[in-house]
Ligand binder design. Structure first.
Ligand code: URP
Ligand code: ZN
Ligand code: ZN
Length: 476
């Protein structure tokens, strides 16, 4: 064996037990008590520590064009940040342009990703930007053949789908074994409210929340679920953020429909008040929190935590999409020097380095179990996105993507001192994590030593996804 992690407590989605973990050729080779190293095996003492699967972040936007700029982390910076937070696989969104066959998009974007040198394994979700004709819709098939089986439709934005296109995408996905994710917000109401607030001179980030409020999201969640039921297809609601949506998912799942929901740490930690006040104690302004969908009220935050505890919410992901402070200021003055408003702020926040420490800290504080944290951040995303043949659990035969977690190491997020991406600020500034990863391995190679990134540029490989069964995968 190459590596032996000795004396730690292994945490899976279902159980916690004391065991040694042996790694050979980048895979988990054995799990047991009193495993003996071979000559030359590196032995790591994990006494008093937890041994966890690396997290899978099913929702990132590395190097994504948005609002006149590109998100600051590319496939290298973003995966370095991920690795230093215990995330060992990402699924990055790449969105189809009008008239562009999806397989062409994928070929182009995979070449860019590889060139940038990701440090952990990665796959893509294809953002559906044009299914206005049969040729575009059918280009999904080639993407599935290339090993990408997850797509996202947008019910908002200019490139979003209407209900008919959404329905057609769901029906086609079902035929070809793909999973459709949805960004659910009511576009017409959102557009109406934006126009109304701007005409009234209400231009501050608070109106970003007001025009994308609870009802705007909740109505779309309900409609999306109804469309999936009509199509007889599975559905994955990305970045679920509101109580009405949680209830709709709960009900559909109770009725036996394969409806899955993802939420993000920002909806579990912050509420809409950040759009009025920011977090002045750490010098964050309201515009720094502008992301879509925006954070909602406390009732929604509480409903999401309850959804996690009761299994209504299946996964946690970040929606990592960082923009620089000066770009966030385009809500005051645009790039071209015109007066800005809440619609001219690039949407998105950083988070890829914070997801696993955040949810593990919640577990360490007793809010949920460590098993639940592993389930939603690693095991369930691996199953839903068809990579559980090699990722998402500490199991013999799986990739040795392993986090050694020290429950006694407390870290206060400080963008300058302990974060590793390319961004100049983070909404997570000043948040205290009770417990933190002290070592992270990708394929058995150390990538984070508890302080710094120590992996290799380009070590991450494109990961193929299996096809999806539309009865839905059996989750934990
Ligand atoms: O604000 C965000 N999340 N920007 C990225 C695009 C999206 O809708 O996920
Ligand atoms: Zn979205
Ligand atoms: Zn997103």
């Amino acid at each position: 064996m190459d590596l032996l992690i000795k004396g730690g407590k292994v945490v899976t989605a279902k159980s916690t037990f004391k065991a040694d973990v042996a790694v050979k050729n980048g895979k988990i080779a054995a799990i047991g008590t009193n495993l003996k190293p071979d000559k030359g095996t590196e032995v790591v003492d994990a006494k008093g520590k937890l041994v966890l699967p690396g997290a899978l972040d099913g929702h990132t936007h590395m190097y994504m064009p948005f609002g006149g700029t590109i998100s600051t982390d590319d496939y290298y910076d973003g995966t370095v940040a991920a690795a230093c937070g215990g995330t060992t696989t990402i699924f990055n969104f790449e969105t189809q342009a009008p008239g562009q066959p999806m397989d062409k998009l994928v070929k182009e974007k995979l070449a860019i990703a590889e060139e940038q040198g990701p440090v952990i394994d990665y796959s893509l979700h294809v953002g559906v930007g044009d299914v206005t004709n049969e040729k575009m819709l059918k280009s999904m098939d080639k993407v599935v053949d290339m090993g990408i089986t997850s797509f996202k439709v947008f019910m908002v934005y200019d490139f979003g789908v209407d209900d008919g296109q959404f329905y057609a995408t769901l029906c086609h996905a079902k035929e070809i074994g793909a999973l459709v994710g949805v960004h659910a917000e009511n576009k017409n109401v959102n557009d109406f409210l934006v126009k109304k607030y701007l005409s009234e001179g209400n231009i501050s980030p608070w109106y970003h929340y007001m025009s994308k409020n609870e009802a705007v999201a909740g109505e779309a969640d309900v409609r999306a679920i109804n469309l999936a039921k009509m199509a007889g297809a599975a559905l994955y609601i990305v970045h679920l953020d509101n109580a009405q949506g949680v209830e709709a998912v709960r009900q559909a799942r109770a009725e036996g429909y394969p409806i899955f929901a993802e939420t993000c740490p920002q909806y579990l930690e912050f509420t809409k008040e950040v759009y009025a006040k920011g977090r002045p104690e750490v010098k964050l302004r309201p515009q720094d929190f502008v992301c879509s969908p925006p954070m909602k009220g406390k009732e929604s935050k509480d409903a999401l935590w309850e959804g996690i505890k009761t299994g209504v919410v299946s996964t946690l992901a970040t929606d990592h999409c960082p923009f620089l402070k000066k770009e966030k200021d385009w809500g005051i003055k645009t790039k071209t020097g015109k007066k800005g408003n809440f619609t001219t702020i690039p949407n998105g926040c950083a988070g890829v380095e914070n997801m696993y420490p955040y949810i593990l800290s919640a577990a360490n504080k007793g809010k949920i179990t460590f098993n639940k944290a592993v389930e939603i951040a690693a095991t369930n995303p691996a199953k839903l996105f068809g990579v559980d043949y090699c990722k998402g659990a500490i199991e013999v035969g799986k990739d040795a993507d392993i986090v050694i977690y020290d429950p006694k190491k407390n870290v206060v997020i400080n963008n300058k001192k302990n974060q590793h991406g390319s961004i100049d600020h983070t909404v997570w500034e000043g948040i205290e994590c009770k417990g933190y990863p002290c070592a992270v391995y990708s394929h058995g190679n150390l990538v984070f030593d508890g302080k710094d990134f120590v992996g290799k540029k380009g070590a991450g490989k494109f990961l193929k996804q299996k096809k999806v069964n539309h009865k839905g995968p059996e989750l934990v």
